[in-house]
Ligand binder design. Sequence first.
Ligand SMILES: [Zn+2]
Length: 93
Amino acid sequence: MVERRDELLALLAHDESEVRWRADTMRAQVPPSGPISTLSARPAAPVAAGCCLSCGDPLPTGDRFRCTHCVRAAWRVLRAARGQPSGAWDGNG
Ligand SMILES: [Zn+2]
């Protein structure tokens, strides 16, 4: 485990980067008040079959509508919109 520390840290940093840009795009779609519509990481992008409805990236096996990065980003944005801290759990479990 110790010998793979740098590899794990790089994976975590990449994962956080993927969630962060999606959350930044989704955050801009949250109105100051009222209902929040479906959040999308790439709102204008066409969606191909088998791809995430939010970002358009190919979906891994087992994901039906949104990729894990988009789910985590949406949870992060919605929790912040409700005034809740993001906490350790952000829709990943
Ligand atoms: Zn996605």
